[in-house]
Design a protein around this ligand. Structure first.
Ligand code: PLP
Length: 428
């Protein structure tokens, strides 16, 4: 066992002051057991903990670190911006640069509003869709995560067409009763829900590639179907690309699949590691926002100059480099290596991947929705996770999270990871 004495001390102290010792639940390692380690610093694809251990990182701060940690262009941009002031509360030029960049890179976004997190982006997009259509209900899919706003914190209830039941205590039933939760990749469920709620559905919100229950892909024609049916019923199609935006291509997953949503939510990568969210889309919908229209949305720190500077540096680097070609090659190498390692160890694994996002489920698969994902052997995953951590590879501490490769990973890092996995898979 590698020593984590300082991490253990810090976590002991953290437990006294922070509920569960953390500021975001999945960091607490509850899904895999054990205790989190504390990071001292990170660079490239490596995390260094406070005890001097080093890990190859496949969490990438849950997605933002696509260029690797402490990317020099981002660090310089933040340093320069900080010297000019950390927040103004009046418009600053970087907001315009960022908005122009986003609208250039994602053509479906004609206008954009910047906010501070993916949660804010999704919450505001739903409010905007409701304000635009004058309707209350909306469809979300089980297993898709859109942040922790009350009306979005709902998974499938007892039946696909019944009212939503909140996942969390503290959410009044009334706040989630307009949330219609359906299984992903099931066109019939969507058709039936529109038929049962004529003229009442404001929007469909979805992750075009769901990455919050592990990772699975839309089946061929599914996103096209959602585009078609929302258009027919005058509902707003919202792609939550907080995770996939700039992860899978410079124009988001929508650029790859060719389906044009009405609104798009962004976050994670567009902040370059600082807190940012954004939502944008059709100008006629976006112009419903205050101060032009009646849908209220605001933020003291929205468009924050440090976050804008970091995000602009990240998007510039992604736009100019050949990061996506490299990420695809690394992803393919990892997929091939891990699949072979699992086979050799006699373990049944369904390995899903889209570019630099991946998830290995301990189930034969295929995995196309939450129900399929739940068949994975989570105890086996927990043993795999801890084996990999001991071997110096940090995977997300839950079966139901996507892994992320960064442009700072090298083929040698992937090879090291695959060799570790081959040993660990045989031992668990
Ligand atoms: C992470 C995530 C969010 C929430 O973003 P936060 O910045 O954590 O609030 C929303 N939607 C998707 C798809 C995400 O992956």
């Amino acid at each position: 066992m590698i020593a984590r004495t300082k991490s253990e001390q810090l976590f002991g102290e953290a437990l006294r002051y922070l509920p569960g010792g953390v500021n975001s639940p999945v960091r607490a390692f509850r899904a895999v057991g054990g205790q989190p380690f504390f990071v001292d610093r990170a660079e490239g694809c490596r995390l260094h903990d406070v005890d001097g251990n080093t890990y190859i990182d496949y969490v990438g701060t849950w997605g933002p670190a696509i260029l690797g940690h402490a990317y020099p262009g981002i660090i310089q941009a933040v340093q320069r911006a900080a010297e000019l002031g950390t927040s103004f509360g009046v418009p600053n030029p970087l907001e315009v640069t960022m908005a122009r960049l986003i609208t250039e890179l994602v053509p479906s976004i004609q206008k954009v509003r910047l906010c501070n997190s993916g949660t804010e982006a999704c919450m505001s997009a739903i409010r905007l869709a409701r304000g635009f259509t004058g309707r209350d209900k909306f469809i979300k899919f089980d297993g898709c995560y859109h942040g922790h706003a009350d009306c979005l914190l709902v998974k499938a209830g007892s039946g696909a067409l019944t009212f939503g039941h909140p996942d969390s205590a503290g959410v009044p039933q009334a706040f989630s009763q307009h949330t219609l939760v359906l299984p992903y990749n099931d066109p019939e469920a969507v058709r039936a829900t529109f038929a049962a709620n004529p003229g009442q559905i404001a929007a469909i919100i979805l992750e075009p590639v769901p990455g919050n229950a592990g990772l699975y892909l839309p089946q061929p024609g599914y996103l096209e179907f959602l585009r078609q049916i929302t258009r027919e019923h005058g509902a707003v199609l919202i792609f939550d690309e907080v995770m996939t935006g700039f992860r899978l291509s410079p124009g988001g997953y929508q650029q790859l699949c060719g389906v044009v949503p009405d609104l798009t939510c962004l976050g994670k990568i567009i902040g370059g590691g600082l807190p940012v969210g954004a939502f944008g889309g059709r100008a006629d919908i976006m112009d419903m926002l205050a101060p032009l229209g009646p849908v209220y949305q605001a933020g003291t720190l929205s468009g924050n100059p440090l976050a804008m500077a970091a995000g602009i540096a990240a998007l510039d680097a992604l736009r100019q480099g050949d990061a996506y070609r490299k990420l695809e090659a690394l992803g393919a190498q990892l997929q091939e290596g891990l699949t072979a390692a699992a086979h050799e160890a006699g373990k049944t694994v369904c390995f899903n991947r889209c570019g630099s996002m991946f998830c290995g489920y301990f189930t034969p698969g295929p995995v196309f929705n939450l129900g399929d994902a739940m068949k994975s052997d989570r105890q086996l995953f927990a043993r795999y996770f801890h084996g990999m951590l001991e071997a110096g590879v940090y995977l997300a501490p839950s079966q139901f999270e996507a892994g992320f490769i960064s442009a700072a990973h090298t083929p040698a890092d992937i090879e090291t990871t695959v060799r570790a996995a081959a040993r660990v898979l045989k031992s668990i």
